[in-house]
Design a protein around this ligand. Sequence first.
Ligand code: FAD
Ligand code: MG
Length: 306
Amino acid sequence: MSTAQSQPLYDVIIVGGSYAGLSCAMQLARARRRVLVIDAGQRRNRYASHSHGFLTQDGRAPCDIAAEGKRQVLAYSTVTWREGRALQASPTADGYAVQLDDGSTVQAMRLVLASGVVDELPPIEGLRERWGASVFHCPYCHGYELDQGRIGVIATGPLSMHHALMLPDWGTVTFFLNGAFEPDAAQLAELARRGSTVESGPILRIAGLADVVLADGSTHAMAGLFVAPSTRQSSPLAGQLGCAIDEGLTGPVVRTDEMKSTSVAGVFCCGDAGRAAGNVAFAVADGAMAGVAAHRSLMFGLPPAA
Ligand code: FAD
Ligand code: MG
């Protein structure tokens, strides 16, 4: 048992100060807990000018939603904000120590990973520049605004079948295989049943708003494009701490239980880092749960190791 004096300065360190991290901080702040939020300022949706599907904030700029969340959380006096990147985390006698990119080290009883994921787009000329503007991955987030126009799905692998079968609910779909995926006869029949047209030639580049230029010289003008990027964890902390990590649909996902606890006692994870196919609403919900769970563990102790 440590004395009060030797206890870390913070009850909880939250790595990542976007939707999940802020939502987590809000719960802890309202319990008057000492919270440190460390944020590198690279939200996943920073490429998009509008965010959709999150109740009360539909169509609002993602940066404005995050900024208002930050303002509301920082209104609580027990919350401290640090701009910067957490590089390393390790267990201490009382909890966890986190090393930042400015060389400083901070300590807390509990650690919450709200650090999100990074999208890895296929190397197609002109794709990255249009990411979040006319190239998207989530039909629910950006399908509606395409006004039932022509939609291109660019294959990255078998998962793209799912996109090509869903998106006919949002427009007229052309499925560009680009050598990344070859549907079998049954899959071709499914695509035909849903009304998706297949273009099998390699893509040369994306031009204009969302024009797909094929190597055969043909250009297919689209209202928008969908692509399923692979994802990787934004931060190495979960791996360093030995948290169990599962292979999700698009990349590694930190394993959590229903209280957003990882496999390592005292370490919680919320938002995209801890779920496949996240969005703002899920990140906010996960964050609230992680905040409540971290607080619960501070009040009543951590469950014994399994
Ligand atoms: P993020 O918002 O990605 O935030 C993670 C934060 O942690 C970042 O600020 C990052 O810099 C920080 N961080 C990472 N590592 C470290 C570290 N080591 N130290 C310190 N800080 C760190 N969802 C919707 O609901 N509606 C939409 O319309 C929508 N549009 C989207 C458009 C695009 C183009 C993309 C890519 C995604 C979109 N999403 C949308 C999904 C949404 O962006 C994510 O689900 C959401 O951002 C997840 O929130 P998060 O807090 O888990 O992670
Ligand atoms: Mg966050």
